[in-house]
Ligand binder design. Structure first.
Ligand SMILES: Cc1ncc(COP(=O)(O)O)c(C=O)c1O
Length: 452
């Protein structure tokens, strides 16, 4: 039974709903059970009623160093006390310093444009690719998320009825994430299967493709890894057909390595987008890439020059946070990444053992600090595997049971969990103990045998 909502929470819910549609400023933040958080510190969150949670949501992944990371906060406060402001004219020392740090430490980035959100960054990357190639068509991946922009907000979670059986080679029907977009009218966007180079070839033979944008490892439907050779095949197809390969590392940049998943897989995209962990929770994102491509932003021919503008681009608060985050990661690279890898392994092994001990069919997918469990016998290789095999209902039930026990994962099926550098082995042990109890409530003795 869900816990009753406290008076404080009930008041907040109705007051917010009176003035904000749905009561929250991002529809992705609507959760059931309803919770309002009032404080975050390191690996923990506290709700309006004072209950503490070990946090694995990390606000959809930005808090790689933990909530309210003191060195980043201190740098931001110092910058404001020192007279930094949003000047709105001319270059700033801060943006130059961050850009240099990024270019020196991220192999895929030779020049960079700073933005505020991942959605702005992905939209700009697409615009750049069109200006560079003079083509219109874009390939996206079914089950990938590339932001809320009119064109890219499509085909993440769909039902079988919406997209039909697995298509390969071929493309899925375009399914906008919401009403009111132009996407159906333009038909420039082609969703294909993940891990499926032949579908990219199929689209390229039919349309002049400007770009393929993809998370190199899908992290908006859990953790879905590229098969050996898949990302290399994307690089070869981009070179063969002359489209730009854009790695959307908004979720993976800094989290898996300073150079993102691209550094791990060794495949260099033409353009890359970062966001989230770049400023450890402050709003900053970026588009970077090869110098020859990024310099289109100042192309002498106005017909080839994409617009890059934004009142808040390079905002001193977010830029300061990103500089301090990156400096910290550079100085502590080995211990930070070793620490989260060790915790990730502890979580992966522990979860696997718990599901096995309860007789529950499950698989665990993980990359470093990012993990997900699937209630199916193997880890998925594309979105279709998930809709065909995953037990969505029990997934949500398990998440709710764990939340009730003081461990916060977003209560949406398959959503990926993020460990931060602030977590400890004790946090993981506590989390696993609560998972053990939660699994026992969702699969009472004997019920696991009847699992589909
Ligand atoms: C891979 C990816 N790209 C782009 C975005 C959009 O970023 P934002 O929400 O900052 O606009 C997200 C957000 O979840 C994401 O995960």
């Amino acid at each position: 039974m869900p816990a009753p909502v406290s008076d404080a929470l009930a008041t907040l819910l109705s007051r917010n709903a009176a003035y904000i549609p749905g009561g929250v400023s991002s529809i992705n933040r609507v959760i059931d059970p309803p919770i309002s958080f009032v404080k975050g510190e390191g690996a923990y969150l506290w709700d309006i009623d004072g209950k503490r949670y070990v946090d694995y949501h990390a606000a959809f992944a930005p808090h790689f160093l933990g909530h309210n990371f003191a060195p980043v906060n201190a740098a931001v406060i110092d910058a404001l006390h020192g007279g930094e402001s949003l000047f709105g004219a001319g270059p700033t020392q801060l943006e130059g310093r961050l850009a240099e740090l990024i270019c020196r430490n991220v192999a895929a980035v030779e020049k960079v444009c700073l933005q505020n959100t991942g959605s702005e960054a992905t939209a700009l990357a697409i615009r750049l690719s069109r200006a560079i190639t003079g083509r219109q068509h874009v390939i996206v991946v079914q089950g990938g998320y590339n932001g809320n922009g009119d064109e890219l907000a499509c085909n993440v979670f769909n039902t079988l009825a919406e997209i039909g059986p697995r298509v390969s080679p071929g493309e899925y029907p375009l399914r906008p994430l919401g009403a009111g977009t132009t996407i159906e009218a333009t038909r420039f966007v082609h969703p294909v299967n993940f891990n499926d180079p032949e579908s990219i070839r199929y689209v390229c033979r039919r349309y002049p493709v400007a770009a393929m944008i993809t998370e190199p490892i899908l992290q908006n439907i859990g953790v879905v890894k590229p098969r050996a050779g898949y990302l290399e095949a994307l690089r070869m197809l981009a070179d063969e057909f002359g489209f730009l390969l854009i790695f959307d590392e908004v979720k993976t940049g800094f989290r898996h390595a300073i150079g993102g998943y691209s550094e791990i897989c060794g495949v260099k995209p033409d353009l890359v987008t970062y966001g989230k962990a770049v400023a450890n929770g402050f709003p900053l994102a970026l588009v970077g890439g090869k110098r020859e491509y990024m310099d289109y932003v100042v192309h002498p021919d106005p017909a080839k020059r994409p617009l890059v503008s934004g009142t808040y681009n390079g905002h001193p608060v977010a830029v300061t946070a990103a500089i301090r985050t990156l400096e910290y990661l550079i100085a502590n690279k080995t211990p930070v990444y070793q620490h989260v890898e060790a915790l990730g392994r502890q979580m992966e092994t522990g979860l696997r053992d718990i599901f096995a001990a309860h007789g529950v069919t499950a698989s665990i997918a993980r990359q470093g600090s990012a993990f997900s469990y699937y209630l199916m016998p193997r880890v998925p290789e594309d979105f279709h595997d998930i809709i065909e095999e995953h037990d969505f209902e029990r997934d949500v039930a398990l998440r709710r049971a764990v939340i009730d026990l003081g461990v916060f994962l977003v209560p949406i099926a398959t959503k990926q969990c993020s460990i931060s550098a602030a977590h400890t082995a004790d946090d993981i042990r506590l989390t696993l103990a609560q998972f053990d109890r939660a699994v026992a409530t969702v699969w009472p003795r004997g019920a696991a045998a009847s699992q589909r």
